[in-house]
Design a protein around this ligand. Structure first.
Ligand SMILES: *Cc1c(COP(=O)(O)O)cnc(C)c1O
Length: 222
């Protein structure tokens, strides 16, 4: 019998265009819920807290791809690096350099996205599009040795106004195009945007990675 979680994942996947990756955002949900998702075939999970990600990675099968999607504190880089395949939330040059140094230290290569901030909320982390352009045009990205920049991650404003949401996603997509043009990195292929309530609009605007939690696992209990 297919579980509820498995059915929801199946339904979402059936609705996604080809080439769009589903990240099942499992933060705050228990290992048993992730296990149900895993048993239905899901292999990409997103977590926003370092210790939680590590505990779940140790409790679940090794073929899971763990994505870190929350604000990454510098003192947690070492904690998550052995476990993550993609960090969505690089929000400063300092953090980027630290991740690269740590990846060198443990002799691995890690994929990352640069977080772009376009939403109207002021408390959110990330580079403004202007800051991202500066980073793209500078020397830092080319100097990284064990970090592969795969693209950008962003969030739309938390509002009901569809026009505003669409415009935010469009600006994130433009930031990705600018990053490609200004950096000429060949590793850029990922635009991570879209959550439970807005992923359709995100895909229309060019997303190829959606991060969906509530629609799969239900409301989170913090
Ligand atoms: C929690 C979270 C999500 C998932 O949000 P839902 O609304 O539950 O789908 C996506 N992206 C980030 C960065 C998050 O922190």
């Amino acid at each position: 019998m297919t579980s509820t979680i498995g059915k929801r994942i199946h339904d979402i996947k059936a609705s996604l265009p080809e080439g769009v990756t589903l990240v099942a955002v499992s933060k705050f949900h228990p290992v048993e819920a992730l296990r149900e998702a895993y048993d239905s075939g899901q292999r990409v999970f997103g977590e926003s807290r370092a210790n939680e990600l590590v505990a779940k990675a140790q409790a679940l099968p090794a073929d899971i791809h763990w994505h870190f999607i929350g604000h990454l504190q510098t003192n947690k880089v070492r904690t998550i690096l052995p476990h993550v395949t993609l960090i969505h939330s690089i929000d400063s040059e300092r953090l980027l350099k630290l991740v690269d140094a740590e990846a060198q230290r443990i002799n691995r290569t890690v994929d990352v996205l640069l977080q772009v901030h376009v939403a109207k909320e002021e408390t959110k982390f990330g580079f403004s599009p202007e800051e991202l352009n500066e980073l793209a045009a500078g020397d830092t990205l080319q100097s990284l040795r064990n970090t592969r920049i795969r693209g950008v991650m962003g969030m739309a404003s938390n509002v009901d106004d569809e026009v505003r949401i669409k415009d935010d996603f469009r600006r994130i997509a433009i930031a990705f195009d600018d990053l490609k043009r200004l950096s000429s990195l060949s590793s850029l292929d990922t635009v991570s945007m879209g959550m439970s309530h807005d992923y359709g609009l995100a895909i229309d605007a060019g997303s190829n990675m959606v991060r969906i939690g509530t629609t799969i696992f239900g409301e989170r209990e913090y």
